[in-house]
Design a protein. Structure first.
Lengths: 264, 268, 399
């Protein structure tokens, strides 16, 4: 199966490499003409920058919210089981369904601004191209969709911490914050690290969220930039060249993830 | 008392943030287009209608898209399980093979779709699989995408079947393959079913490959993108409502497996 | 996991899969008497278009499946089917600007079978479809007009001065399709032409005047203009976020559909600049793919679509203009008045091999001025330099 998968993966990748390093007009290979074109394109550099920063912000938000949810839903109270199932739903929803509704929520005359108006606050331009707020909106929407993954990993890790440890600390007079800081957090460390690495590499693939919410030019990332080159300009070579940059980053960043898995 | 209040408040906040967007989809799906454009927007439906669903189903392309999504999902489940089961069994039994498989599949799992979609499009054009009416090219792409998801679930399930049972069956005269088929697979059935559902969901939800590879014979996700991008909130919401139905059913079926941790680490 | 076993009954899953496959199976097979037509239709255009086709379906017994998609994707599907040698598309509609590039993928049409319909067309429109033989038939001709919110503006701006006054009175509510794509070129060239500039020169006085005007307009643009495309700008118009835009006739049928036209949204001619008004010609041409499964029936469908009653119907219901001499535009309708009035101001984009580069440079120059506050003369000088440096001098094989 490794052989089959490798062939099915390797052929397109090699094809992409050839495409990226071939001059589309002369057919000359190898050629750096596509990368020279990317280098001149300001949109490409914005995509590179966003593709480095968005996953970072996204993972931080997911981590904080996921951990808060996991801690909250490890407590015992009626309705906990239903809430646990509910929290996972966003992840199961088709990405395009999530984005469709999120766009209706965040457009200028959408539900978010209506809610702000209801409490007497001014409307916000959630999706204005190139704005910091649009960037934040993309992060929040992405986090809404994928935080359940982080939540599930951390919930499982929390369940693995024996209750006696917490009880013993409580008897020793440790407050809830101290217990979290000195007991829970160190015990969660391996799970946190694994979750952050997995989601971090995964987040590099971000594509549909910025594309659907803000358009290609609003918050460009490498995937949407490649799609734009392919779809709007029919430039397969530039698309492959940009996508290869992203692929290389993904593979390079998965090395620490693999190390961690081997150690486990 | 204070604690109970905290639980109620926290629980409602969590439930609201998940359910509100879903409620808005359903509201827009069942109200006239004009109501979706109203300012200030309505939070509760003012006028109920089935018109959006009628528009969808009268377009001919929707029933076809629905069939296509189901077909690709079903085919992807079959091909993914066929390819992944032997590999997952090998990984569960042989640590050396496991390490190699694990590394390959982690990379396959995080590899950006667009980096494969563009060259695959060119490749499929030459093979006659691009935009195929039975979505054959998309099927191959979805299988590639789903293999890692299935692998991690199946490996966990197969590891829980003691190797001694297979050995005992062989002592009773079963061939090695027969032992796996008659002893291991039935015992690992829950994880196989979970993997099948998960793979179907991966294919049903998938947007990037579908957008690039199926341009006129479209399954549901690119069709929804088309309706949403071209200014039809009611129709788009109706289609979105149809699409989220299987997702919610499958997550309900998978809930026990999710709670036991069998699916974590499989990710997006 | 064990609890999952109880929930997921083995037989149930198999049965579910089987049912799913049974439902899905028909997707593999095309029904025998079905024609597939891919056209650049919007969801709003689909119901009226389908209604027009029902007469054809009734008379011939063929069922027509209309696949609405963007031109670029139709071309991609067409090229893929040409390479594969087989496919599902019987008839396709292509952008007037992609005809030369798509010629090899479509069949030469049997002119005798088209009969009188061919004779009724404007000869120049037919000539455009002749690429080494007649391959493309004019399905519709379109161009842009001004679309404005009548309830907010009262009268539409008639000149650049009036446009600027409207823009200053409604800051943030003027829309331009400013995404990086061909649609932006179609918004920019009318301004260039209206100032007497040339689509082929970035540094002539008319072009400079146009860009200085656009720079004056820029502060009033809706910030979403940087990503607006045909559909998203129409949606912003429907939501009342903008009060004025340039768009194709589809937008008016969309607004009418939504109960927003002719009140409050109406169409008007584009405001006239120093050299008058101008708008870009667009259009869709029909062709039969080389590997079309039902080529003969497809030709019949094409003939039906070009017939006078159908073209008249499409003009009335969708605002498409016909290439038939006997289908006169009805200019008195409120809905499409602006489009009818622009009929004599329609101009074609340059037909040159380097057009994609040229178009992209117009887009980038506009974006630099409108969204990055670059001085118009600097932006145009940059475009002119790149045009001279990067264009491939060799003349195009297609001319």
């Amino acid at each position: 199966m490794v052989a089959l998968l490798a062939t099915l993966l390797a052929y397109p990748v090699l094809y992409a490499v050839r495409l990226a390093f071939t001059d589309p007009l002369t057919g000359h290979f190898p050629s750096l003409v596509n990368y020279a074109q990317l280098g001149r394109d300001a949109l490409f550099w914005r995509a590179v920058r966003n593709n480095a920063l968005l996953p970072l912000a996204s993972v931080v938000v997911e981590l904080v919210v996921g951990l808060a949810l996991a801690l909250f839903l490890s407590r015992r109270f009626p309705g906990r089981a239903a809430l646990r199932a509910l929290v996972v739903i966003p992840f199961a929803l088709p990405e395009i369904v999530v984005l469709t509704i999120m766009r209706y929520i965040f457009v200028r005359r959408g539900y978010a601004n209506a809610a702000l108006a209801a409490v007497g606050w001014p409307a916000l331009d959630w999706l204005t191209p190139g704005s910091a707020l649009a960037w934040i909106t993309v992060v929040l929407v992405d986090a809404w969709h994928v935080t359940p993954v982080m939540f599930l990993i951390l919930l499982a890790a929390l369940a693995g911490i024996p209750a006696e440890i917490g009880e013993a600390a409580q008897l020793d007079g440790a407050g809830p914050l101290a217990r979290f800081r000195y007991m829970t957090l160190p015990l969660l460390r391996p799970a946190l690290l694994a979750a952050v690495l997995l989601r971090g590499v995964d987040a590099l693939r971000i594509f549909a969220t910025p594309l659907v919410l803000t358009g290609v030019e609003g918050v460009p990332v490498l995937s949407s930039y490649a799609y734009h080159q392919w779809s709007d300009y029919g430039n397969d070579a530039a698309a492959a060249a940009a996508a290869l940059v992203l692929a290389l980053a993904s593979v390079a960043l998965s090395v620490p993830l693999l190390r961690l898995r081997e150690a486990a | 008392m204070k604690r109970a209040l905290f639980h109620v408040a926290g629980g409602s906040a969590v439930a609201a943030s998940v359910l509100l967007p879903l409620a808005l989809i359903l509201k827009q799906a069942f109200t006239p287009e004009a109501e979706s454009f109203a300012w200030p927007p309505t939070w509760l439906p003012q006028q109920l209608t089935g018109a959006n669903f009628r528009v969808l189903f009268s377009s001919v392309e929707l029933p076809y898209g629905l069939q296509l999504s189901l077909l690709v999902g079903g085919l992807t489940v079959a091909s993914t399980l066929l390819v992944t089961l032997p590999a997952a069994w090998l990984a569960a039994r042989a640590p050396a093979a496991d390490r190699r498989l694990d590394a390959t599949l982690v990379i396959a799992r995080v590899f950006p779709s667009i980096a494969l979609a563009v060259p695959l499009a060119a490749l499929f054009v030459r093979l006659g699989l691009y935009n195929s009416p039975a979505a054959l090219g998309l099927w191959i792409a979805h299988t590639l995408l789903a293999i890692p998801f299935a692998f991690f679930v199946l490996r966990t399930g197969l590891r829980r079947v003691p190797v001694e049972l297979e050995e005992a069956a062989q002592l009773d005269g079963a061939t090695p393959l027969g032992a796996v088929l008659r002893v291991t697979l039935p015992l690992a059935w829950p994880s196989i079913a979970a993997a099948a559902l998960l793979v179907f969901l991966v294919s049903w939800d998938e947007f990037t490959y579908a957008l690039v590879l199926q341009v006129t014979n479209r399954p549901l996700p690119p069709l929804l993108y088309y309706f949403a991008a071209f200014g039809y909130p009611g129709t788009a919401s109706a289609l979105a409502a149809i699409m989220l139905l299987p997702a919610v059913v499958i997550i309900a079926l998978l809930a026990p497996a999710i709670r036991s941790g069998g699916l974590t680490g499989s990710g997006r | 996991m064990p609890s999952a076993a109880r929930l997921i009954e083995r037989r149930l899953v198999w049965r579910g899969l089987l049912i799913a496959l049974l439902i899905a199976l028909p997707a593999c097979r095309q029904a025998t008497h079905t024609l597939v037509l891919a056209a650049a239709l919007l969801p709003s255009e689909l119901p009226p278009y389908r209604a027009v086709l029902s007469a054809f379906e009734h008379d011939t017994g063929w069922r027509v499946v209309v696949v609405p998609q963007q031109y670029a994707d139709i071309r991609r599907a067409l090229a893929a089917e040409a390479t594969a040698g087989s496919g599902t598309l019987d008839l396709v509609e292509l952008d007037i600007y992609s005809l030369a590039a798509a010629a090899a993928d479509v069949a030469v049409l049997d002119e005798a079978a088209l009969g009188d319909e061919l004779a009724a067309l404007i000869p120049s429109a037919v000539r455009v479809g002749d690429v080494d033989g007649l391959r493309f038939l004019p399905h519709r001709l379109t161009w842009q007009a001004l679309i404005y919110n009548h309830a907010v503006l009262g009268a539409p701006p008639r000149t650049w001065d009036e446009l600027l006054a409207v823009a200053r009175a409604h800051p943030g509510r003027i829309g331009i399709k400013g995404a990086l794509y061909e649609g932006l070129t179609c918004d920019v060239l009318p301004f260039v032409w209206s100032a007497g500039g040339s689509a082929l020169a970035f540094d002539d006085p008319g072009t400079r005047a146009a860009f200085h005007f656009l720079a004056a307009l820029a502060p009033s643009l809706n910030p979403q203009s940087a990503v607006f495309r045909e559909a998203s700008i129409a949606e912003a118009m429907a939501r009342g976020e903008i009060v004025l835009e340039l768009n194709w006739p589809f937008a008016m049928s969309l607004f009418a559909d939504q109960g927003l036209a002719p009140q409050p949204i109406r169409s008007a001619p584009l405001p006239a600049g120093p050299a008058g008004a101008a708008t870009v010609l667009g259009g869709g041409y029909l062709a039969i793919p080389r590997g079309a499964p039902h080529a003969t029936a497809a030709l019949g469908l094409a003939r039906f679509l070009l017939s006078a009653p159908v073209q008249r119907e499409l003009h009335q219901r969708l605002g498409w203009f016909s290439a038939r001499r006997d289908v006169a535009p009805t200019g008195d309708e409120t809905l499409l008045a602006g489009f009818a009035a622009m009929r004599d101001a329609v101009r074609a984009r340059p037909e040159i091999a380097d057009y994609p580069l040229l178009s992209r440079l117009w887009q980038e120059a506009f974006r630099a001025v409108a969204f990055e506050h670059v001085d118009p003369d600097t932006a145009l000088a940059t475009a002119a330099r790149r045009w001279n440096a990067e264009r491939r001098a060799a003349p195009s094989p297609q001319g």
